[in-house]
Design a protein around this ligand. Structure first.
Ligand SMILES: [Zn+2]
Length: 144
């Protein structure tokens, strides 16, 4: 637990918002990649959860493909995002249980009571707030 700030481009945030809005009433999910601590790419994943309205479980083949793509492009996995169509932007007990990547920042976007994007680190069942540092874009977000 070192850096409590996550830098992300505005284009990536807008792409998350778009994907999350289109997925309603179900949750959407995906990976975020970049270099030097700046998130510049997003990798949407299909949500295969049994109850996709209240949880997410990334399709394993999507996850595998995204991870290979990130590695081959020389970038790093920096974040994981999903949406909460009906609840606040805070990790659910299940989100905490399923947080397998302590090095990643977990982004959650909520729609109710209002659109809000928040970020957290989740390690050993502890939730820590992460400040989001919005970066003006150099070109469009890469969607892969
Ligand atoms: Zn959640």
């Amino acid at each position: 637990m070192t850096d409590n700030t996550a830098s992300i481009t505005r284009a990536v945030v807008e792409a998350i918002e778009k994907q999350a809005a289109a997925a309603r009433p179900t949750e959407c999910c995906g990976l975020l990649s970049g270099a030097n601590g700046l998130i510049t790419g997003l990798h949407p994943l299909r949500n295969m959860a049994e109850q996709p309205e209240i949880s997410y479980f990334a399709a394993p083949e999507d996850l595998f493909e995204a991870m290979v793509g990130i590695r081959e492009s020389g970038r790093k996995l920096l974040g994981i995002y999903h949406s909460h169509p009906k609840t606040a932007a805070y990790p659910s007990p299940k989100d905490v249980e399923m947080a397998f990547y302590p090095e990643a920042v977990y982004f959650i976007i909520s729609f109710e009571p209002r659109i809000e994007l928040r970020a957290f680190r989740i390690e050993d069942s502890r939730i820590e707030n992460v400040a989001i540092n919005l970066i003006a874009d150099e070109g469009a977000a890469r969607r892969e």
